[in-house]
Design a protein around this ligand. Structure first.
Ligand code: GLY
Length: 425
């Protein structure tokens, strides 16, 4: 099989690493990729949103399967353009990618499918949003309707905070068109879990679950980020809860998408909250999470490639994907300044030694080569990951490897997995 992965982050390096181990692979490309993907695939200098160029490349190189990492090309119609060219893509059509591209659409689908969700209201008029806020009060969650690169959700403790978010999103246009419509949602209490399912339109296969750490600093403090680390499996996410979430959230959503004539194919990421009333859906994403994917790929026992093909060919009905009964962790090393403006250009050393720690895999995200030296070239720069028999051992291995990496401008959270360890204790 000739496979093209789209994207340039740690998630895409982890996907390249997992797929490069498949005996079915004859050639693997990554567009545009990063220095880490170049170790296991051939990088192609085409950006993830350059849809005509990606389709032309896939045609010219007789690609059998395209695997998009990020959501933006899917929302922009990459899978549709590839389908027109007769090329398999393990990702949803633009119509189905609206599950991530529009939060109000996802809420409508969830409501029609009877999926448990927080109470919500949608506004495209700021004065009406403010009036609802003054009736309802805080705490409340303000969500931009469109894609906002992780910046579109404010969990407001006070009415003033919520009003500031409404004004910034809807009137000041701080998120562009993505924030002109907002949702005001009930804030639920509970642990948040990322659940992944591989879907072929009709059938869904559980791909694993992880817990992300969204805040920049220890103890879940500081600004929101794209994710500073993840571990799998999450504490308190039992097989019974998995079955409940697959049966009450993922499968009803697929059935509703079929009913609407826009079946969902690809990786469905259900952002769940475990409330006292059971799991509820906070959001759908139409791709793997980053850094959750990195943690999941370490535990994956099955060859991922046949699963992705089965999702494209509507053959998941009789399919099974296995994860090892181990624990894994992904710790993000970010550049000082992230999630604001990161310091770029700092030299990174010691990766080869760090990667020799048993159980450790290091995935690149925002790195680049300059004059023969590896440098930081983004906000989230490296993912130091480990798999072991239990979370404590995986954590020790990952942090041991981190301490061997020399990079002056880097920072990381030293408490990834703290909820699970606290639960065990
Ligand atoms: N880590 C969260 C996300 O990928 O959206």
């Amino acid at each position: 099989m000739r496979v093209l992965i789209i994207g340039s982050g740690g998630r895409e390096h982890a996907l390249c690493w997992a797929l490069s181990a498949s005996p079915l692979i004859t050639k693997l490309w990554c567009a545009p990729g990063n220095p880490g993907t170049a170790e296991v695939a051939t990088n192609v200098a085409i950006e993830a949103l350059a849809i005509p160029e990606l389709v032309a490349f896939a045609r010219e190189h007789a690609i059998d399967l395209v695997v998009p990492g990020p959501e933006a090309p899917l929302v922009a119609g990459l899978a549709d353009a590839l389908a027109e060219a007769g090329i398999r893509c393990c990702g949803p059509s633009a119509a189905a990618a609206r599950l991530e591209g529009s939060k109000s659409f996802a809420r409508e689908v969830a409501a029609a499918a009877g999926i448990p969700i927080p109470r919500w209201e949608c506004f495209s008029n700021a004065a009406e949003a403010r009036a609802f806020l003054s009736r309802r009060g805080a705490p409340i969650v303000v969500k931009a309707d469109g894609l906002a690169a992780g910046k579109g959700v404010v969990v407001a403790e006070t009415e003033a905070e919520a009003e500031a978010a409404i004004n910034a999103f809807m009137e000041d246009g701080s998120l562009g068109e993505a924030g002109r419509t907002v949702l005001l949602e009930e804030r639920l209490e509970g642990e948040e879990i990322s659940l992944f399912a591989l879907c072929d339109g009709e059938h869904a296969v559980f791909l694993g679950a992880a817990q992300d750490h969204k805040r920049a600093h220890e103890g879940d403090t500081g600004p929101n980020t794209g994710g500073m680390g993840a571990y799998s499996p999450p504490a308190r996410f039992s097989p019974a809860l998995t079955d409940l979430a697959m049966g009450s959230i993922v499968r009803p959503a697929l059935a509703e998408m079929v009913r609407r004539g826009t079946p969902f194919r690809g990786v469905l990421f259900a952002g769940l909250i475990l409330t006292e009333e059971g799991p509820k859906l906070l959001e759908f994403n139409v791709r793997f999470g980053d850094p959750e994917c990195q943690a999941l790929m370490l535990r994956l026992h099955s060859d991922l490639l046949p699963g992705l093909l089965a999702a494209c060919d509507q053959e998941l009905g009789a399919f099974d994907l296995r994860l090892r009964n181990t624990a894994s962790i992904a710790v993000v090393m970010a550049a000082r300044g992230y999630p604001g403006t990161p310091v770029r250009g700092g030299v990174i050393e010691g990766l080869a030694e760090a990667a020799k720690v048993p159980g450790v895999q290091i995935f690149h995200a925002g790195t680049a080569w300059r004059e023969g030296k590896l440098i930081a070239n983004g906000g989230r720069v490296l993912n130091v990951c480990a798999e072991a028999a239990n979370l404590q051992a995986a954590r020790e291995a990952a942090y041991r490897a981190i301490r061997m990496i020399r990079w002056e401008d880097g920072f990381y959270r030293a408490d990834i997995g703290w909820r699970a360890l606290a639960a065990e204790a």
